[in-house]
Design a protein around this ligand. Structure first.
Ligand SMILES: [Zn+2]
Length: 316
């Protein structure tokens, strides 16, 4: 039985990414000048949230461009996120500057809201899913621009073009495109059991699916088999795709799979993981219910691992 709660956090972005407007300088300028245009701000990795009166529920803090600019950020690049269903442009801007005090910067926008770490925004459910997905796009976009200010071919400064989905080097004319790093994350099963492991930095008692970056020149299926072999020495046969999740820390695509084990004996690589073992469906159910005899738990539904594991226990 498929899960009824399969929405991945950070997915489902409602904005039209405005591919035509962003490539036309005149249309892009018109969007920047439009009265209904708004910009949201990041301070480094932290988005600006506006809260209700009790502070229990938030939404993206949207400002007019003039409000954003008069509060000191006219030197910043505004990157186009896209357009709303009504055709109103939405931009993002990172206000943080190296050497500047975080509290001083945050005070400039204290009448709008607060800057809060994006992981906490997701885990605490501070905004709606559509807002969270827009923040994921903004986070990955601003992170990429911050770390790619210089051309990797000639070392000179590059500039943002096409509303921020490309950087161009005026010196050697190289184009640079935003990177998204693919990661495979897989629920490996053997009959009625699934393979879960934990890293040294996990929350106490938490076990999860194993994961790893896709290497260059490798398929998703090959990456699943290689990672599991490296970490546990288990052989994996058939691999099936389940779902994916944007993971904006800084810009990863989590590719969720199920894989069928061809062997059973586990020999972990303790450089990669702290522990791994087989769990029966019943044992995993008790981890979801927080009734496990040793207090073991599964990841929060904010992570795709939660959905991969839930799908396994529900398909029985
Ligand atoms: Zn260059």
């Amino acid at each position: 039985m498929p899960s009824t709660d399969d929405t991945q956090y950070y997915s489902g972005n409602p904005l039209d990414r405005a591919q035509i407007e962003r490539r036309d300088p005149a249309l892009l300028t018109a969007l920047l000048a439009a009265a209904e245009t708004r910009v949201t701000l990041f301070q480094g990795d932290r988005p600006l949230l506006a809260f209700n009166e009790t502070g229990t529920s938030g939404k993206i803090g949207w400002l007019t461009l003039s409000d954003a600019r008069v509060q000191h950020i006219d030197h910043c690049a505004f990157y186009l996120l896209g357009k709303t269903a009504e055709g109103h442009a939405r931009f993002v801007c990172d206000i943080h500057r190296d050497g500047e005090d975080f509290d001083t910067e945050a005070d400039l926008f204290s009448d709008v809201g607060k800057f809060i770490d994006l992981r906490s925004v997701g885990l605490q459910g501070l905004v709606s899913n559509p807002d969270l997905s827009i923040l994921a796009q903004g986070k990955s976009m601003t992170s990429w621009h911050r770390s790619h200010q210089f051309c990797s071919t000639c070392g000179r400064p590059s500039v943002s073009v096409d509303g921020g989905i490309r950087r161009h080097c005026p010196h050697c004319h190289t184009n640079h495109f935003p990177r998204t790093d693919p990661v495979v994350i897989m629920l490996i099963f053997h009959g009625d059991e699934c393979l879960l492991g934990r890293g040294a930095n996990y929350n106490q008692g938490q076990y999860s699916t194993l994961a790893g970056f896709v290497d260059q020149g490798e398929t998703i299926e090959e990456a699943v088999r290689r990672e599991i072999k490296e970490e546990t020495r288990i052989d994996v046969g058939a691999v099936t795709y389940h779902a994916s999740q944007p993971w904006p820390f800084p810009s990863t695509l989590m590719i969720g799979c199920h894989g069928e084990a061809l062997s059973y004996d586990i020999h972990i690589d303790d450089h990669e993981i702290e522990h791994a073992r087989w769990f029966s469906r019943n044992e995993v159910r008790s981890m979801f219910d927080n009734t496990h005899r040793d207090g073991l738990i599964v990841p929060h539904k904010y992570a795709i691992a939660h959905h991969l594991i839930r799908h396994f226990v529900e398909e029985d």
